[in-house]
Design a protein around this ligand. Sequence first.
Ligand code: NDP
Ligand code: MG
Ligand code: MG
Length: 338
Amino acid sequence: MAKTYYDQDANWELMNGKTIAIIGYGSQGHAHALNLKDSGANVIVGLYEGSKSKKVAEEHGLKVYTVAEAVKQADITTVLIPDEKQADVYKTEIAPNLKPGSALVFAHGFNIHYQQIVPPADVDVFMVAPKGPGHLVRRTYTEGSGVPVVFAVHQDASGKCFDLALAYAKGLGALRAGALQTTFRDETEEDLFGEQAVLMGGVCQLMQTGFEVLVEAGYPPEMAYFECFHEMKLIVDLCYEGGFTKMRQSCSDTAEYGDYMVGPRIITEDTKKEMKKVLKEIQDGTFARNWLLENKAAGRVNFLMERRLHAEHPIEKVGKELRAMMPWLKDGADLSKD
Ligand code: NDP
Ligand code: MG
Ligand code: MG
């Protein structure tokens, strides 16, 4: 078993007298800033001129500066803007202002691992990557629990980078749940594989295709939505609480028999082969290159077209109508205010 670190393993005193600049105030940014501030750290926020997030951060009681100005003041700079924008902002605004002996922090290894950002030798570089969306990182902190993290040291200039990373994770509330040490490489590759093959790519395509099969066979879209989409959460909650075993115990034996007989016909040996290919393309940098090119050369046209097509899919239309009848669901809520 890999060693898991908890609150008693971290030394929060290391944060004494240090200023933490959180660059970006989106999903992760607001959670890091507010949790670290509530833990007692001196936190400031760095944003570009005209950023939509500025007002939100100020309403939350934080001082907002330009990225360059925030980095100048910082002993710890955390880069929490979208991965595809980090390299440009790093080159123009972060690198020229980074204090020797300070620390540079990431929540995902992408830019360091694929060498889009190459920090100078005189700064600490570490990662604290929450294993959950930013809004949960904030909400669980306020509730007294936390989202687990993986953390990694890329460059230890001060000789204290490991301890600093643990202290940072503690301030985030993550050590209530546990922190696992990893490397930038493993975190990047596992994270990309997980979201592509399983959590988003795999699961969304599975739900959507199941819905299409039922609707094309003449079943009402509302029923197809409940069956292939809505129920997913109920099933996943049971797995989350007690593994596949608890989920299967809670379902009928008929369902369980169908699960064993049909599952391998849907996710086949060919699917597994394709997953391995996906992992290779992550490991050899093909995926990263394509995504960076899509952002630069293609101006995100393919990405934006896919986003529009998926948003227009009938499963989204019928889902919106049905969820409107379930007022306890927070559809349409502004996540940044969570
Ligand atoms: P978001 O897309 O939520 O961050 C957007 C924020 O960055 C906004 O405040 C935006 O301002 C600001 N921003 C955009 N461009 C610039 C710029 N040029 N200069 C300064 N600020 C800018 O990012 P995420 O929180 O999703 O991701 C941040 C990092 O965390 C990434 O490395 C990601 O991989 C990692 N991560 C994210 C997770 C998540 O839950 N989303 C989970 C684990 C890791 P504006 O409001 O004006 O657009
Ligand atoms: Mg990710
Ligand atoms: Mg059923």
